[in-house]
Design a protein around this ligand. Structure first.
Ligand code: UDP
Length: 447
């Protein structure tokens, strides 16, 4: 296990050593996209939430993402102190994530070109998200002589070790690319101790450069609330038992396990059929996109069409109503580097039944049940048991709200800010740190 203390003890960073400007790289998905389908999910939420809070503290953030539409302005102001640069690299449409490695040179050139108009020393830190961005960060951080802070979000070697049925293995090129980024980064930000261990064990990362920074939950949006009101808002019957799945529909997230467990539940107790509602909220993504209808077909095959509801992706405010409306949220994923959905559900006062994989044990804490494996019979036991026991659900819900309260995004940004300052101090030598001039940003900004 890697302790943050290992680094804290080496140097101390002074309070005045503020980071003025961060270049954030998110090549394959834009912070302006709505999460819940396609390539937009937890990474987008992470980038938006951390950028907003960094900017509120006076650190300007410039996010570079690939232009996916010719009509997009070159630069958009996402909020006070946050710019999103759309970098042309390859055709706007029809380019999948798997095609993006071939566009990294074009993307890097575009980032360099955007930054060329800036004064020397404009950025203090490059923070790249996902390995594709890490490849771009490697060169840009080197060129600008600033530290590269990298967050993996997911790792090919972890995913390939727990491959879901119907999922395809990540190619060796990604593993090699990830290993290069691990080597090149000044700091690797891991979501959990478990992820930190994986970086060291599977990618040979230097333990001294791994920092654990847990992601967060928006405690202003995801709050406990009245279930009856929430059900009215989202259009669910008041007397139903509601189990909810939230996330992008792909084999990795294993919504099929919940569907098969539902079939087992109604087989055991046919009277449940008239009371149970299973919500599947989210759009297809990744290998789920190859056959987006596969889950619907499974539901039809198992004769569950009357109790499973497919709900297209919703806004975050609307999502909070869905969590509150549910009696429990199921997270059967084969892997999750953290599992924001689990944390959001707990913060909204709804217990979780989750697979004991990746970051989920940390995200769930004592606010739910953790299950080993993906046997639908076991999942039916756990879900059925909890649905039949409102007192247990209430106890878990109370514990879950307390657990989530410790995971606000402000805490994440406190730690990230420290990581940035430490990384810069390590690069320049402590005591050699000067605040950079804050000239106006010389770019075209759309309203
Ligand atoms: N999400 C959303 N609207 C939806 C479905 C999902 O905003 O309709 C968000 C959800 O709130 C969560 C994120 O998408 O913050 C998914 O993150 P998670 O870590 O659970 O999974 P990932 O997408 O990273 O695999």
């Amino acid at each position: 296990m890697i302790k943050n203390r290992e680094r804290e003890e080496t140097t101390t960073v002074s309070e005045t050593d503020r980071v003025a400007r961060v270049a954030m790289l998110s090549v394959h998905t834009s912070p302006l996209d709505s999460p819940g389908t396609g390539d937009a999910g937890g990474l987008n939420v992470y980038v938006v939430e951390t950028a907003r809070r960094l900017a509120a503290r006076g650190t300007d953030v410039e996010i570079f993402t690939r232009a996916t539409d010719g009509a997009l302005p070159e630069t958009v102001r996402m909020g006070e102190g946050i710019l999103v640069h759309h970098i042309p690299a390859g055709p706007y449409e029809g380019l999948g994530k798997d095609d993006l490695p071939g566009q990294l040179c074009a993307f890097t050139a575009g980032v360099m070109r955007t930054a060329a108009g800036r004064p020397e020393g404009w950025y203090d830190v490059v923070h790249s998200h996902y390995w594709l961005s890490g490849q771009v960060g490697w060169l840009t951080a080197d060129r600008w002589n600033v530290p590269l802070v990298h967050t993996m979000h997911t790792m090919a070697r972890v995913k390939n070790a727990q491959l879901a049925e119907g999922d395809s293995a990540e190619p060796p090129g990604r593993e090699i690319g990830e290993a290069q980024v691990v080597e090149a980064a000044s700091v690797l930000v891991a979501n959990t101790d478990d992820e930190a261990d994986q970086l060291v064990r599977l990618y040979d990362a230097d333990p001294a450069k791994v920092r654990v920074v847990p992601p967060g939950v928006d405690l202003g949006v995801f709050t406990p609330g009245d279930q009856a009101e929430a059900r009215q808002t989202v259009g669910l019957p008041q007397d139903a038992l509601v189990v909810l799945f939230v996330g992008r529909i792909q084999p990795l997230k294993a919504p099929d396990v919940l569907i098969k467990a539902t079939a087992e539940l109604v087989r055991r107790e046919p009277s449940l059929r008239s009371r149970l509602v299973v919500g599947v909220l989210g759009g297809p993504s990744g290998s789920g996109l190859e056959r987006p209808e596969a889950l619907q077909e499974l539901v039809a095959e198992l004769g569950l069409g009357d109790l499973v509801r497919f709900v297209p992706p919703v806004s975050r405010a609307q999502l909070a109503h869905w969590y509150r409306a549910a009696d429990l949220v199921a997270v059967p994923s084969h892997n999750e580097s953290f599992g924001l959905v689990a944390m959001e559900s707990l913060a909204s006062g709804t217990p979780v039944v989750a697979a004991a994989v990746g970051g989920l044990p940390v995200a769930v804490g004592d606010g739910g049940l953790l299950l080993e494996g993906h046997d639908p019979v076991r999942w039916a036991d756990a879900i059925g048991g909890l649905l039949a026991d409102p007192e247990r659900r209430a106890t878990l819900a109370r514990a879950g709200v307390r657990h989530a309260a410790a995971f606000g995004w402000d805490r994440t940004v406190d730690l990230l800010d420290e990581v940035y300052r430490q990384a810069r101090a390590d690069l320049r030598g402590v005591g050699d740190v000067a605040l950079l001039p804050r000239a106006p940003v010389p770019v075209m900004v759309s309203p």
